[in-house]
Ligand binder design. Structure first.
Ligand code: CP
Ligand code: NVA
Length: 337
């Protein structure tokens, strides 16, 4: 049996650099199999529950298609479909789901809930995003980085925007584990929480990653290989006015890209999506009416430029989620890494 069998993916901090990079490489391998049309039914006969308290396009689609490609049966259980959170506790729900399903994905608000699901279900639980972490996103993201640069260690990834959100937390800690230098460029009010920074510093001391948390754009952008951003207002929040005011200087635009000084071919832009880069959506129109802006965290120009890798990144969600599910639940042998 491998080190992955039966394990849950709740937060990146529970995995070593070798384990995380193994999942990245396994995702790349499964992507190659998919492109070549080679079957990979590592989860034949398994049942997978997909619990979503918050909305999703990529994570839901990725888990669904990944499960089917692996030979498993996915079952979507949305916030309005089941008793969880209203009539029934996480503990009781976990015991019931664990008796019927072989693995559980959970997207919701509280990290405690995903931890309790893992504790009481007895089956692998995969965190599809909580207010604190977005670990399945990280495997897809570092897979995308490795595809573009051929390696991870020594690269510099700069996150611009809300430095306290789930994606920023995950990038900071995962980069620190993997030896990828992480810059968080954000206003002081939105710098990472001290305990997240301490955790990242602990891992960075082992991996040799350089961590920089700053509100200074010139210092933060310099030498960057990957500029990464995410929405200014995450699911469950509604403090638009404050965020627009604080984060406008930290928009990913061509001026920010120039500040990196990085030669062409060595710089890419990533976004976990969804992104607010134009006003074609209902949401975009509402923001324009209220705040008079047509773009937020990333300009349409950068989004559509040769630097943008957000759609490759989105596709990689499927391949990487396959890797995560197959490694932790699959009928396959993975050597100790
Ligand atoms: N990046 C991501 O998690 O997208 P969804 O919210 O659409 O799942
Ligand atoms: N920070 C965002 C990520 C969405 C994938 C949110 O939590 O809404």
């Amino acid at each position: 049996n491998s080190v992955f069998q039966g394990r849950s993916l709740l937060a990146e901090k529970d995995f070593t650099a070798a384990e995380l990079e193994y999942l990245v490489d396994f995702g790349l391998h499964l992507k190659a199999l998919k492109k070549a049309g080679i079957p990979h039914h590592y989860l034949e006969g398994k049942n997978i529950a997909l619990l979503f308290e918050k909305t999703s396009t990529r994570t839901r689609s990725a888990f669904t298609t990944a499960a089917i490609d692996l030979g498993a049966h996915p079952e979507f259980l949305g916030a309005n479909d089941i008793q969880l959170g209203k009539k029934e506790s996480v503990e009781d729900t976990a015991k019931v789901l664990g008796s019927m399903f072989d693995g559980i994905e959970f997207r919701g608000f509280s990290q405690k809930a995903v931890e309790q699901l893992a504790e009481f279900s007895g089956v692998p639980v995969w965190n599809g995003l909580t207010d604190e972490w977005h670990p399945t996103q990280m495997i897809a993201d570092f897979m995308t980085v490795k595809e573009n640069f051929g390696h991870l260690k020594g690269l510099t990834l700069t996150f611009m925007g809300d430095g306290r959100n789930n994606v920023a937390n995950s990038l900071l800690v995962t980069g620190a584990i993997l030896g990828v230098n992480i810059h968080i460029v954000a206003p002081k009010e939105l710098h990472p929480a001290p305990e997240i920074e301490a955790l990242a510093n602990k891992f960075a001391a082992e991996s040799g990653a350089h961590i920089l948390i700053t509100d200074d754009l010139d210092e933060g952008m310099k030498g960057t290989n990957i500029i990464y951003t995410d929405v200014w207002v995450s699911m469950g929040e509604s403090n638009w006015e404050e965020r627009v005011k604080l984060l406008t200087p930290y928009q990913v635009n061509m001026a920010a890209l120039k500040k990196t000084g990085t030669p062409d071919g060595q710089l890419i832009v990533m976004h976990c999506l969804p992104a607010f880069h134009d006003t074609t959506t209902e949401y975009g129109k509402e923001i324009e009416a209220k705040y008079g802006i047509t773009e937020m965290e990333i300009t349409d120009e950068v989004f559509r430029s040769k630097y943008g890798r957000q759609f490759e990144e989105a596709e990689n969600r499927m391949h990487s989620i396959k890797a995560i599910m197959a490694a932790t639940l699959g009928n396959l042998f993975i050597p100790r890494v």
